[in-house]
Design a binder for this molecule. Structure first.
Ligand SMILES: N[C@@H](CCC[C@H](N)C(=O)O)C(=O)O
Length: 332
């Protein structure tokens, strides 16, 4: 019996199971990590109410960062980055090491993170940097419009005759379109997301996160995302960061560079701050909740087999604070 401890966490209700690999004497293989993600994240028949993904925390591979984050989507695919997840990982490492500003190793970069003033009473809040940014088709693994090198505010005829798309890697791939209120609430996002992710497609053979963006006012946007490896999510941190950057580039009259942007999403809200540089080294700050909903104890072999009958959940009580924060947002 190998008992293990997990945390159920979320950022804007983009929910994850978070696991510290340092608790295992013997590491898990990549195949076991992915199998674990698929089993526990299932919305029906998974662990509790499932999750959008698994956040895997381990020792950093080099000096400097306090730890390393890997993110495995609910379907077992591995992503290079996860903005909402990185905030929870940052909080976990901050509390474990008694530090408030440090860096975390991710697949492509060591990223600076910091504890911030709580967004509301009992809503623990962290800022993480989203980088590196690239608009290059090669980094996006994108084949579009006769092998165009970038896709900025352009149509993709095979996808839609009205929408204009921008593709950006932060470093995971995102496809962004600005839409009106009716479109953001409809299922066109799901239709595009399913076509580009659930099966073979020639444009993004490795899949892509698709976001629709509605500009709501000066430095205010609403973002809804269909995530690669997941489907519709309540929020996608890298999606909201990519959407903020593209808003600054294409709608600079309403959404400003180096300024806090309010980003609402179906699960709540975050703030972003885009640092667009003419040199091309863009970064985005993503600030939002890092809520620990419950602790979970279960046997590793049971989890790998998808047997969750013995899992023990303990609520932290933090979700009540988050829900209060959200209902106050709706009143304002
Ligand atoms: N929810 C995440 C993004 C997770 C990875 C994504 N599904 C991908 O495959 O790129 C976020 O908050 O950024």
């Amino acid at each position: 019996m190998k008992k293990m401890k997990l945390l159920k966490v979320h950022g804007s209700e983009n929910d994850f199971y978070m696991l510290d690999a340092k608790q295992f004497e013997q590491g898990l293989t990549d195949q076991q990590i992915k199998q674990l993600a698929v089993k526990i994240c299932k919305r029906n028949g998974g662990l509790g109410d499932g999750a959008d993904g698994l956040l895997w925390i381990d020792r950093a591979s080099h000096q400097g960062p306090l730890g390393k984050m890997r993110v495995i989507n609910a379907d077992g695919s591995e992503a290079s980055m996860c903005g909402n997840g990185l905030r929870s990982v940052s909080r976990y490492l901050a509390e474990q090491n008694q530090e408030s500003a440090f860096s975390v190793e991710t697949m492509e970069a060591d990223l600076p993170v910091a504890k911030m003033k709580d967004l509301a009473t009992g809503v623990s809040t962290y800022q993480v940097q989203i980088a590196p940014v690239s608009f290059k088709a090669a980094d996006l693994k994108m084949h579009v419009n006769n092998e165009s090198e970038t896709l900025v505010d352009q149509q993709i005829k095979e996808l839609d005759s009205d929408l204009s798309f921008t593709a950006v890697a932060v470093p995971n791939p995102h496809l962004i379109a600005f839409v009106d209120e009716a479109t953001i609430n409809g299922d066109q996002l799901g239709e595009l997301g399913r076509y580009l992710n659930n099966g073979v497609n020639p444009i993004f053979p490795d899949g892509v996160n698709v976001s629709f963006v509605l500009i709501q006012g000066a430095n205010q946007i609403f973002v809804r995302t269909f995530e690669r490896g997941v489907g519709y999510t309540n929020a996608c941190g890298t999606g909201m960061s990519a959407a903020s950057l593209v808003s600054v580039l294409l709608h600079g009259d309403q959404i400003a560079n180096n300024t806090d942007i309010i980003v609402r999403n179906p699960g709540g809200m975050v703030k972003t701050n885009v640092h667009h540089q003419d040199t091309g080294a863009d970064t985005i700050d993503l600030i939002g909740n890092a809520t620990f909903v419950s602790t979970v104890e279960l046997d590793l072999d049971d989890a790998l087999a998808g047997n969750f009958a013995q899992a023990k959940f303990n609520e932290t009580g933090e979700q009540v604070n988050y829900e209060k924060f959200i209902s106050n947002l709706q009143l304002n």
